[in-house]
Design a protein around this ligand. Sequence first.
Ligand code: ADP
Ligand code: ADP
Length: 226
Amino acid sequence: DVVLRLSGIEKLYNKGLAGEVNVLRGADLTLRAGEVVALVAPSGAGKSTLLHIAGLLDAPDTGLVEIGGERMDTKSDRRRTIARRQDIGFVYQFHHLLPEFDALENIVLPQLANGVSKSDARHHALELMTRVGVAERAKHRPAALSGGEQQRVAFCRALANSPRVLLADEPTGNLDPATSDQVFGALMDLVRGTGLAALVATHNLELASRMDRVLRMENGLLTDVS
Ligand code: ADP
Ligand code: ADP
């Protein structure tokens, strides 16, 4: 059950200019429902570029991007935005929660934007928060939460609309090793509970080894090194 497929992805920046850089040179990637795949890449290798292409935020120069078997890279901006909201969840090194809203509201708001009723959205948000152990922090604003709690809330927000794909860019990169370990465990539990596919970029080889597969990005290509 292939959820995300990238095929022959090429990406150049500054095409034809002095600073031309050929970041992706025919990268292939297949993510199946329920699998958690690590993306390990040295800094500057093109990890963010790949995640942006996979997340329909950027289009490749060549190659194709399919979600659930449907080709997405050739769709209009509007269609890609809709697909992104429905099918893709993002988490970053920084939580990017809205500071003026409490933790619960941060998870409720994206659901309201997708047409879910307020009571259903709150119920679902609390369910997700309970799974990662932050339900008792629901009424706190992000600034009142610890770094680990902030990331747990960010994971809940990313999964609030039940996406098919989770794209995570160094999701525990800002945390100390012990917290990072716990928060990563929480992320794995959340993902395992839903059957969605996750691509998790990390520099932490120990965390990478705990995922289902490890892909290494080098010279613009992806290689399975697990
Ligand atoms: P990573 O996330 O692995 O550090 P990036 O995908 O951010 O790598 O960048 C890969 C390469 O492409 C780097 O050399 C970077 O400087 C270059 N690059 C990224 N974005 C742009 C851009 N918008 N314009 C020009 N060069 C870029
Ligand atoms: P909105 O129109 O509501 O701001 P977007 O379609 O711009 O929503 O964004 C949809 C998703 O993509 C959001 O989860 C957002 O965090 C993410 N996103 C948007 N722009 C970027 C970006 N430049 N880099 C990374 N993620 C982004």
